[in-house]
Design a protein around this ligand. Structure first.
Ligand SMILES: C[C@@]1(CC(=O)O)C2=NC(=C\c3[nH]c(c(CCC(=O)O)c3CC(=O)O)Cc3[nH]c(c(CC(=O)O)c3CCC(=O)O)/C=C3\N/C(=C\2)[C@@H](CCC(=O)O)[C@]3(C)CC(=O)O)/[C@H]1CCC(=O)O
Ligand SMILES: NC(=O)c1ccc[n+]([C@@H]2O[C@H](COP(=O)([O-])OP(=O)(O)OC[C@H]3O[C@@H](n4cnc5c(N)ncnc54)[C@H](O)[C@@H]3O)[C@@H](O)[C@H]2O)c1
Length: 249
């Protein structure tokens, strides 16, 4: 009964890339689980406040506090800690405190994750592979977190080892292209040309492309052609602007 369209398969999560940069995240607890949460949100450029009695901090959290990577409140949680907070992550070894915090977050409509209590989570964490701008998150939707970690490692093993660097170069090229062709109406042409570059260039060539190569390559955006890295490095790259096909499309 899909009418020719993708069938709906409920029971999953909506996996998004949350832009938490410069937003305030409150982490309650300072043990091992909190340490993982803190690193996750710092990697997304959030502003982090940790609330926990100092004698409960593990080595990693104490390091981040002492180095000013997070703000620190040396006591147990109090409801006023929720003022002006965009996200709450609890990792405390006290289920009653956890549930109290969850209830307060819901009253105040603050998105929260209560470690170890899936029914008290607006979102779950996943197992994440990171390589520069590339992030891959695996979720088993609460079924098997250890398996999520195993699958994540398996995926990472099978990725080309230069993929993060290649994506970084493509990001730079795309930002330059937006300057060369800033008009909204050019969107379809921009997107088609960028897709052709990604399809026809090898990852190694993308990684090797320097800013001079990018400027030369962008010179072919106007005629709508996509030469190779070797083409744009030859003495007379202009000759490649005329044949729109190069046999690729
Ligand atoms: C992926 C990862 C991310 C992270 O936390 O950063 C993550 N858990 C990780 C590890 C892990 N957690 C646990 C073990 C012990 C072995 C095992 O139970 O499998 C291990 C393995 C280990 O430590 O190696 C125990 C555990 N976890 C939850 C419960 C409660 C319950 O299930 O009811 C219990 C106690 C169960 C019990 O008492 O028996 C619940 C959740 N854990 C989640 C995420 C969310 C679902 C994600 C998903 O399903 O994909 C969810 C729902 C909520 C949340 O926490 O957001 C991270 C791996 C990171 C990595 O290594 O890459
Ligand atoms: N979801 C997961 O992946 C996962 C995995 C392992 C454990 N857990 C659960 O996460 C929780 C934390 O685990 P942990 O290993 O980090 O524990 P931990 O004992 O190392 O740390 C608990 C921390 O909570 C702090 N704390 C306790 N009461 C507090 C309060 N009222 N206000 C502020 N801080 C308070 C303590 O000072 C300490 O820093 C436990 O409930 C554990 O079962 C979840």
């Amino acid at each position: 009964m899909s009418g020719g369209f993708a069938p709906v398969e409920g029971g999953g999560s909506l996996i998004l890339a949350w832009q938490i940069k410069n937003k305030r995240v409150l982490v309650i607890g300072g043990g091992e689980v909190a340490a993982g949460r803190i690193l996750n949100v710092l990697n997304a450029d959030a502003k982090v406040t940790v609330v926990s009695p100092r004698d409960g901090l593990n080595e990693e959290v104490a390091f981040r506090v002492d180095n000013g990577q997070v703000d620190f409140v040396d006591r147990k949680f109090e409801p006023s800690d929720l003022d002006n907070v965009d996200m709450v992550l609890t990792a405390v070894d006290d289920p009653e405190a956890s549930t109290r915090i969850w209830t307060l977050c819901k009253e105040r409509k603050i998105a929260a994750n209560i470690a170890d209590v899936p029914p008290e989570c607006d979102f779950y964490f996943g197992s994440v592979h990171r390589d520069g701008p590339l992030q891959i998150m695996v979720s088993t939707n609460g079924n098997g977190p250890k398996l999520a970690s195993i699958v994540r490692k398996q995926i990472a093993t099978n990725l080309p080892n230069n993929i993060g660097a290649a994506i970084q170069k493509v990001g730079l090229l795309r930002r330059k292209l937006r300057k060369v062709a800033p008009k909204i109406e050019e969107g379809p042409k921009r997107m088609q040309w960028m897709s052709r570059v990604c399809e026809s260039w090898s990852l190694d060539d993308l990684v090797e492309m320097d800013e001079g190569d990018m400027e030369r390559l962008l010179g072919f955006y106007g005629p709508g052609t996509v030469p190779t890295l070797q083409n744009i490095r030859c003495d007379d790259p202009e000759q490649f602007a005329f044949d729109g096909s190069f046999g690729w499309w």
